[in-house]
Design a protein around this ligand. Structure first.
Ligand SMILES: [Zn+2]
Ligand SMILES: [Zn+2]
Length: 145
């Protein structure tokens, strides 16, 4: 069982299942929408997610560089980034920081390495892919570790 909440706790949730994937995304969109260097996501099947209070506010961006709509999910009160939703994928990406169990979660997969900022360092067990998972070829990057 996983659980989480935004900073003001207007939004809280419980998740029954295990993560379907865990990934750090270094793409331009994630940099822009987070205001940070990259976003770390833990994905769960939507059927296993239960929001207890308010649902996140959503903003759909139909003009992304990578050719697919992306929906940013956030708390309209405190601004915490709850995660994202990619239309046509029935999983929700949760921002790792909103999960209560975040300190127990390791992420080794990294995508959009070709858009990563110059100061990013990867862990020894990291896999770094040049592009994303729907329009990438699965090509890995050689990186300094
Ligand atoms: Zn909030
Ligand atoms: Zn991204």
């Amino acid at each position: 069982m996983y659980s989480g909440r935004c900073k003001c706790e207007d939004i809280s949730f419980e998740i029954k299942g295990k993560p379907t994937w865990k990934v750090n995304c270094n793409c331009n969109w994630c940099q822009k929408t987070s205001g940070s260097a990259f976003r770390s996501f833990v994905l769960f099947n939507e059927k296993e997610i239960k929001y207890l209070g308010k649902k996140p506010t959503s903003y759909e961006d139909k003009k992304t560089d990578h050719g697919r709509s992306m929906i940013n999910l956030f708390c309209s009160n405190c601004g915490t980034l709850i995660g994202i939703k990619v239309p046509s994928i029935d999983e929700q990406h949760f921002s790792i920081g909103v999960l209560d169990q975040r300190k127990d979660i390791n992420i080794t997969d990294n995508i959009w390495g070709e858009e990563a900022l110059q100061f990013i360092n990867y862990s020894k067990d990291a896999e770094v892919y040049k592009k994303g998972y729907w329009n990438g070829t699965g090509e890995k990057m050689k990186i300094k570790k």
